[in-house]
Design a protein around this ligand. Structure first.
Ligand code: 5AD
Ligand code: SF4
Length: 435
């Protein structure tokens, strides 16, 4: 069958979609680029905010109207349960995140409608990778037990489970043999790797830093990234890995959510503003260019102007290289959904715009400091905006573009930064031997 998967949401979903695609291809189905050509379309949904869920449901509705065999997978399925068929009466199948591995069988059997909400792990779905590309996502931690007041993820992605280190290492070794150069390790709170269940046969050292060191030894793997992190996991051992392992990229996505201690406590984030800033100081101390990116929620229930200003000032103090701003959206069943959503839509939008403008200025300032330096860039391909240029990312996950040289995709090049924008570095390829 010709099929296509549409993905909404975070990297976990991108990863799950890739695994489903790989399993369907292995079962003899054909992946197509164009929706018109597809007989089967699967929408991988997000539910972190109301709008995200609505987009995925809307998309599935359109596909049903276009008479495709339509499946919905991902986080919104788990949240809605059987109600998903009330929203989409002619949906063929709906599969919760941890059941994604059942999709090939569901398609083979073709008995619709079908709903799978199970929480059991399906190992094939964890290990399936598509056969191309030099970058790969590797799931190391599933689910989340953090229970932040606003967040639906623990309800939809289940309890935290860390994959055994030997399994992760074997998977990365297999990827390296296939030509993968960069892996990104995934988990909602990846620094909790090995906290809920043991992952190493003995208890020597901290589980996640130890995993990073083991993966760094694999020939062919040039870069190791991971996301997302929590300040509590920024231990001295992790800092030491960043300092001493050149393959481990000097970038941390460290969602802060708010700069107000009062709001942080209400959210149940388990750190204060001062603790957050101390965590990132440890990283910037040994490398001022260490990239820190973040997520922020504006308009949490009861967020005053003073709380908001605290977030603004924290963002400046932290000097984030990039930030993603979200307007608070109450999610049914979460603790904060019981609070009055009292910041108006207009005020949330205003706070959002203020933080975006701040980030533009701050991003530019931080990037301008890199002009004149040389960045190690992994070539990703022609730049989207200007195909005359090549683009890639440096270890800090910054986008770098330069006038096309003959560097092949997936190779590492040294780029001298000559100009900077808020979201992008511009440079020129250094001539070999000219270093
Ligand atoms: N409303 C708005 N933003 C949210 N996020 C998580 N839950 C909510 C919510 N209920 C944001 C957080 C998280 C990112 C993935 O989405 O900032 O880090
Ligand atoms: Fe990712 Fe959370 Fe959205 Fe699920 S709900 S796709 S875990 S952001």
């Amino acid at each position: 069958m010709k099929f296509l998967v549409h993905t909404y949401g975070c990297q976990m979903n991108v990863r799950d979609s890739e695994a489903v695609e790989a399993m369907l291809v292995a079962a003899g189905h054909e992946k197509v680029e164009n929706e018109q050509d597809a007989e089967l379309v699967i929408v991988n949904s997000c539910t972190v905010r109301q709008k995200a869920e609505e987009k995925a449901i809307g998309k599935a509705g359109n596909l049903i109207a276009a008479k495709k065999v339509t499946g919905l997978m991902g986080c919104a399925v788990k949240r809605l349960g059987a109600d998903v068929f009330k929203k989409l009466p002619h949906l063929d199948f709906a599969v919760a995140p941890r059941s994604a591995g059942l999709i090939p069988r569901i398609v083979a059997e073709g008995r619709y409608p079908r709903l799978e909400l199970g929480d059991d792990l399906i190992p094939e779905a964890l290990a399936a990778h598509s056969a191309s590309g030099f970058q790969a996502f590797v799931t190391v931690l599933l689910g989340c037990d953090n229970r932040c007041s606003y967040c639906i993820v623990p309800d939809v992605r289940g309890h935290e489970y860390s994959r055994p280190a030997a399994e992760v290492i074997a998977e990365v070794e297999a990827l390296a043999r296939r030509g993968v150069k960069e892996v990104c390790l995934l988990g909602q709170s990846v620094l909790r790797y090995g906290v809920r269940n043991p992952v190493w046969p003995d208890a020597k050292g901290e589980a996640f830093p130890r995993l990073l060191r083991a993966l760094a030894k694999i020939d062919g793997i040039e870069r190791i990234r991971f996301t997302s992190a929590h300040p509590k996991g920024c231990t001295d051992e992790l800092v030491e890995v960043f300092r001493t392992e050149p393959k481990v990229c000097r970038h941390l996505h460290l969602p802060v959510q708010s700069g107000s201690d009062r709001i942080l406590a209400e959210m149940g984030r388990h750190y204060t503003r001062a603790e957050y800033l101390a965590a990132i100081r440890k990283l910037r101390d040994f490398d001022p260019a260490f990239a820190i990116t973040t997520d922020v929620i504006v308009g949490y229930p009861g967020e005053t102007e003073e709380d908001f200003e605290a977030t603004r000032s924290l963002m400046d103090e932290a000097g984030f290289d990039n930030s993603f701003i979200f307007k608070y959206s109450p999610r049914p069943g979460t603790r904060s959904a019981l609070l009055v959503d009292d910041v108006s839509v207009e005020e949330k939008e205003r706070r959002n715009q203020v933080l975006l403008a701040d980030q533009q200025r701050r991003g530019l300032e931080r990037n301008l400091r890199l002009v004149g330096t040389v960045r190690e860039v992994l070539v990703e391909g022609p730049s989207k905006r200007n195909p005359e240029r090549l683009g890639g990312r440096d270890g800090g996950n910054r986008i770098v573009v330069w006038d096309a040289s003959d560097a092949p995709i997936g190779s590492k090049v040294s780029i001298l930064v000559t100009d900077a924008h808020a979201q992008i570095l511009v440079g020129e390829a250094k001539v070999l031997g000219g270093k």
